[in-house]
Design a binder for this molecule. Structure first.
Ligand code: SAH
Length: 270
């Protein structure tokens, strides 16, 4: 593939207008919800395979988007978002999915919008400070403030409108929306001792997952705004493998669909 695949259009006066698409990613298919179906129902989907990923191009709720699955882990996420930037010229990136709860008042069914992200398993000390990305001098990557505000508003609306139903369906308490630090690393965290180590090292962390900070680092290096929203599927303890699997199968898609619908409608003004 050569060059970027742009979503070009013609304005009414005939002047070319470039609609740079929004990149939307998740690790696993359940975490994308109905996004690709929604795209299919709108103006159709063009699918391009690149680097073993299928990139779906079209519009969702009126917003030009490229949607794909990054798969699991930091390398997979970094490679995918890099392709989104270079091959599809995205103007911004949003990552959606599930995560383990780390903050003491973060419960299964809650939603966390990252205001910053860091790699909890990155440690090149004593050469560089623990958690700092060597030669970049950054350990916490900030999410884009405007995207964070729009995503948080979408999450609040989603929880207000559908939270009670969801809590009844999955047997959780009514969901709350948190905003703060999300940790990423190449481990599925599944023990009380491991959660405690994360809390001790990074007391303000709310959630742990395996992709977000990698996305944030690549976006930082290319000056592309990004944001990450995660629904809490488990509390990263010994029950996590089972809770995560059930949550993913039963309800993760409903969260992603509901949050992204409100977020995209807000962007397009629909
Ligand atoms: N075998 C699983 C692998 C998923 S790993 C499968 O393919 O179904 C867990 C995924 O959910 C990762 O993408 C990660 O970002 C997120 N996640 C949810 N709970 C997590 C936890 N406790 N620790 C780390 N990542 C978690």
């Amino acid at each position: 593939m050569s060059g970027a695949i742009a979503h070009d259009d013609l304005a009414r006066d005939g002047a070319p207008v470039s609609h740079r698409p929004l990149g939307i990613l998740a690790a696993l298919p359940e975490e994308l919800g109905d996004l690709v179906d929604a795209m299919r129902g709108e103006a159709g989907v063009r699918t391009i395979t690149h680097g073993r990923r299928d990139y779906h191009l079209g519009t969702v709720y009126g917003v030009p988007c490229v949607v794909t699955l990054a798969r699991v882990g930091k390398v997979a996420a970094a490679a995918t978002v890099s392709a989104m930037i270079h091959a599809f010229d995205v103007e911004a990136v949003v990552f959606t999915g599930v995560a383990g709860g780390v903050g003491r008042d973060v419960r299964v069914g809650d939603v966390v919008v990252a205001d910053s992200l860091m790699q909890h398993d990155l440690d090149a000390s004593p050469i560089f400070p623990c958690f700092e990305v060597p030669l970049l001098g950054v350990s916490r990557f900030a999410a884009d403030a405007a995207l964070v505000a729009q995503l948080s508003a979408a999450c609040e609306r989603f929880v207000a409108e559908e939270g009670a139903d969801l809590a009844a369906r999955f047997g959780t308490q009514t969901a709350r929306v948190h905003r703060g630090l999300i940790l990423s690393g190449d481990q599925f965290v599944a023990s009380a001792a491991a959660v405690q180590r994360l809390r001790d090292a990074l007391p303000d962390s709310l959630a742990v997952e395996m992709e977000g900070a990698a996305i944030a680092q690549v976006c930082y290096e290319y000056d592309v705004p990004c944001a990450v929203v995660r629904t809490i599927s488990d509390t990263a303890d010994a029950e996590a493998p089972e809770t995560f699997t059930n949550f993913l199968r039963q309800i993760a898609g409903t969260y992603s669909s509901g949050i992204l619908k409100r977020f995209l409608m807000g962007r397009s003004g629909v």
